[in-house]
Design a protein around this ligand. Structure first.
Ligand SMILES: *Cc1c(COP(=O)(O)O)cnc(C)c1O
Length: 400
């Protein structure tokens, strides 16, 4: 497949009327290797962040061997795309049919749950034809933890509470030889402290339940970098998680897992959009709330932007965007700083859309088509290009 040097070259060649998704396999590969080398345990990729088969393959080829899947469609997709991978069904509410197909047809052994009813469902669905219970299940009890350090909450919906968790752990232990605890601190956790709080809760629950724990899965939530959101280095997260994991009262050979979605794929994709109309400081573009800019519209997320014309001379001004559909909610507040003389017909690259961006596109109102091409340049921001190494904060101490 042809590889363009950058977005400008794509615009010159295609002058596209529809949005174009630019994929950077090298950026996803680098993120995968970073987690494989530096996270002090196993890293699963959370498929929902971007289920593109090409991406699953890139991550697998760069050392991500386990995938967190949440629906039977994701199970089928991952099983077909990366058949050598280990799939873990991490949605705590599943249908019996989905569990049955996952276990009996796709070899899925790892399931999460947060109620006794879900445990019962899993045990029943995994019986063999003679009615014997499965002996190879690996079950994870999902705990509810705080989302206060994250930009997007995943705390209120799933997870057993402190009061019910120890009983559920004891019950689950009766149905598997290998049991773990998992949680999710929320997406784009801006402080490593989010994991400390969650692991403290894990410690309290294990002490209360006095059961053997074979694995602790700290979930996703690892941040990427966006305008106005510059997280501490991921190494800080890994270090503090490792320390607190070690202090837990768990089996001596217990495993540590994590399930990054965003951090593994945010840098994978950007998108080229075309300005269709300008009204003051509002630009009408051809992608939006029902396309790759879901988070920009719904939670006012800011993404980096770059005008792709070289004849724009004016200083940057703040713009907001309207998407192409007829819905007033198809609006992205931004602000998105672009040259003041930008106008209809000009193209813009919007970066960091590999996670929960390209994956969110719908066909609403007839919009949603997008060609995908490969580009060779760096993503518009990166946690992995070496530019964000901690500015010698540790040295300050030694210079005292
Ligand atoms: C969404 C999700 C993830 C990935 O979260 P990120 O914030 O993208 O890292 C991981 N695990 C579970 C169970 C999830 O629902």
């Amino acid at each position: 497949m042809h590889i363009y040097p950058n977005a400008t070259a794509v615009v010159r060649d295609l002058a596209p009327d529809e949005p174009v998704i630019l994929n950077r396999p090298q950026a996803a590969a680098r993120a995968a290797r970073f987690f494989v080398e530096k996270f002090p345990g196993k890293s699963l990729y959370a498929v929902k962040a971007n289920p593109s088969p090409e991406l699953l393959r890139i991550l697998f080829d760069n050392g991500i061997t386990h995938f967190d899947v949440a629906s039977i469609a994701e199970v089928r997709l991952a099983a077909a795309t990366v058949p050598e991978a280990t799939l873990c069904f991490m949605h705590p509410v599943k249908t019996p049919r989905a569990i049955r197909e996952a276990y009996h047809q796709h070899g899925v052994k790892t399931f999460s749950l947060d109620t006794p009813e879900e445990l019962e469902k899993i045990v029943e669905a995994c019986r063999d034809e003679q009615g014997n219970a499965a002996t190879d299940l690996r079950l994870l009890v999902r705990l509810r933890v705080s989302s206060e350090h994250a930009e997007l909450s995943l705390a209120s919906k799933f997870g057993a509470d402190l009061g019910e968790a120890s009983e559920l752990l004891s019950l689950t232990r009766q149905h598997c030889d290998w049991m773990g605890i998992c949680f999710h601190v929320g997406s784009q956790a801006m402080s490593p402290f989010a994991y400390v709080q969650a692991l403290d809760r894990v410690r309290a629950i294990i002490a209360d339940a006095s059961v053997v724990i074979d694995m602790v899965d700290v979930g996703g939530g690892f941040p990427s970098v966006y305008p106005g959101m510059e997280p501490p280095p991921l190494e800080d997260y890994f270090k503090i998680i490792h320390q607190h994991f070690y202090a837990l009262p768990i089996a001596y050979n217990a495993e540590l897992w994590c399930e990054p979605g965003r951090a593994l794929c945010a840098e994978y994709s950007s998108i080229i959009v075309k300005v269709e109309k300008r009204r003051g400081d509002e630009l009408y573009i051809n992608d939006g709330a029902y396309g790759a800019l879901y988070d920009a519209a719904h939670v006012a997320w800011r993404f980096p932007v770059n005008a792709l014309e070289d004849d724009l001379r004016d200083p940057l001004e703040d713009f907001s965007f309207f998407g192409p559909t007829c819905d007033d909610a198809d609006f992205m507040q931004g602000p998105f700083p672009l040259p003041g003389d930008i106008q209809a017909g000009d193209y813009i690259e919007i970066g960091m859309l590999g996670a929960y961006g390209a994956a969110m596109k719908t066909g609403f109102n007839g919009f949603g088509d997008a060609e995908q091409v490969l580009v060779a340049d760096e993503p518009m921001a990166s946690l992995y290009d070496g530019s964000r190494e901690r500015p010698a904060a540790d040295n300050v101490v030694s210079l005292r």
